[in-house]
Design a binder for this molecule. Structure first.
Ligand SMILES: [Zn+2]
Length: 482
């Protein structure tokens, strides 16, 4: 965090989310599953803007956008129409982007709304549906690259643009907003944030006394906090040196982790917006909205409340788990095999999440299953290992994805078994086998028999030497009482 006071910082975000659940692009029938494919193989005359072709709206994209608007408490316009945003740039073969516009007779898809973060509401200004441009690929950095490659596989992929009011007061709050937004979109099932480039962001940031600076090209949510921290520190230093921060657009250089000046901000009129004549306006009826509302899946806030009620979790812990859909799903998968939600949540929140955070990894990247976690917790519950051992086993399990019993075996942790567990089982064997106990006072063979019973009871998970020692000690106590 920079030294600027949060009250002096205003941040607004413009988030672009691909609707990754769609089979096809926004206006043509090309597959939208373009990742890992050769460049420029998932294209057709429509997404290439060949004259004479006509776009047709993907109906499912409209459904997705409707669900997003409802989930973000945004008012959906009754009439939906598209505008052309004209610009000349190699990422858009048509030289215009089909988007939406809030002036000249246009309306955004929806207006207003908010995302709740703890007790604060971050207001949404508008939500729009638009097509993604192609992807520009530079050799090294944008400044030094001798050429630019362009891949149109991404051109015409369905995007929703979510624009916030400048309500965000710190880079950390921006990250929290984006985490919440991602969780909402993932709960809706419209967008998978773990796919490369599926959620991108532009940010505008201004400090008191300075103009608004826009940061473009933040290619993942993870980078946003970093980019904003850099930019705020930069502006603060300039202002301390008596320099004026003018309105401009800057580019986030992910490699060097700095923002660089790209161009002075173009004005809206430069885009010469006009209504898209190839797509008819669509009326969004009340019946349509009601139908979608009925099909809305459970959202993070509702899931938080359910977790508190159903699993008896504290609000804070329930919120942490539902902040990431995959973590919340994982938690509930574990509970199919393990019946102590509080204990489980403590391990996930106290150990698993910090590990993912420190390694900057997603859950699916570490190949740890619910069974891994549950086996580990069961080993604690039955006394095979203590908590301290469990923590170290967990760390190894997370980095190697080996099952807990394998790690226990490899580390020969059985030798340092919790004695309490042995004692507990020795006592049970003595209680259940009075005849053999009596015999053991005179007959060594009966001790071997009791030892066998102990091994059966503990499934051989205990160290025989320690077990023998404890068994003999306990038998001695019995003998002394006689
Ligand atoms: Zn196409």
């Amino acid at each position: 965090m920079s030294r600027a006071k949060s009250s002096e910082i205003k941040i607004g975000l413009e988030v672009h989310c691909q609707l990754t659940n769609l089979m096809t692009k926004l206006f043509c029938s090309c597959s939208s599953d373009y990742r890992r494919e050769d460049p420029n193989t998932y294209i057709c005359p429509i997404c290439m803007g060949v004259p004479g072709t006509l776009p047709v709206l993907n109906e499912k994209a409209l459904e997705d956008a409707t669900m997003v608007a409802i989930a973000l408490n945004s008012d959906i316009s009754e009439r939906m129409l598209f505008f052309r945003k004209n610009y000349f740039y190699p990422d858009m073969p048509k030289n215009f982007q089909i988007s939406q516009y809030d002036k000249a007779g246009g309306v955004p898809f929806s207006l207003g709304g908010y995302v709740q973060i703890n007790k604060k509401k971050i207001r949404i200004r508008r939500i729009q549906i638009e097509e993604d441009p192609g992807k520009l690929i530079y050799e090294g950095t944008i400044e030094s690259s001798a050429y630019t490659l362009v891949d149109y596989n991404r051109a015409n992929i369905a995007l929703i643009e979510i624009v916030t009011e400048p309500d965000i007061r710190s880079p950390k709050e921006a990250r929290k907003f984006l985490e919440k937004l991602r969780s909402i979109l993932e709960h809706l099932g419209v967008s998978d944030g773990s796919l490369e480039g599926s959620m991108r962001c532009d940010a505008n940031v201004s400090l008191k006394g300075g103009r608004r600076v826009e940061i473009k090209n933040i290619s993942s949510f993870k980078e946003v906090e970093r980019a904003l921290n850099f930019e705020i520190t930069r502006q603060k230093k300039f202002m301390e040196g008596g320099l004026v921060i003018g309105q401009e657009t800057r580019h986030w250089d992910e490699v060097r982790r700095i923002t660089i000046s790209l161009r002075s901000k173009e004005e809206e009129e430069d885009y010469r917006y006009f209504p898209e004549p190839d797509l008819v306006p669509i009326k969004i009826s009340k019946e349509y909205l009601e139908d979608i509302k009925l099909r809305m899946p459970e959202l993070p806030d509702d899931r938080t409340k359910r977790f508190m009620k159903q699993y008896n979790l504290l609000l804070q812990n329930a919120e942490i788990l539902t902040r990431n859909k995959k973590i919340a799903d994982f938690f509930e998968e574990c509970l199919k095999l393990y019946k102590n939600p509080r204990e489980l949540s403590n391990w996930l929140i106290g150990e698993l999440l910090p590990y993912l955070h420190n390694k900057n990894k997603e859950l699916e990247e570490i190949r740890v299953t619910p069974k891994h976690i549950v086996d580990l917790l069961k080993f604690i519950d039955d006394g095979t290992i203590n908590r301290k051992m469990a923590k170290s086993i967990l760390q190894e399990m997370l980095s190697t994805s080996k099952m807990p019993y394998v790690i226990i075996k490899e580390k020969a942790l059985k030798k340092i078994l919790d004695k309490k567990y042995v004692i507990k089982n020795v006592e049970k064997v003595i209680k259940d086998n009075p005849k053999a106990v009596e015999d053991s006072l005179v007959d060594e063979k009966a001790i071997h028999y009791l030892m066998g019973q102990l091994m059966i009871l503990t499934k051989g998970k205990i160290d025989p030497k320690i077990a023998d020692e404890i068994l003999r000690k306990k038998l001695q106590l019995v003998k002394n009482r006689l």
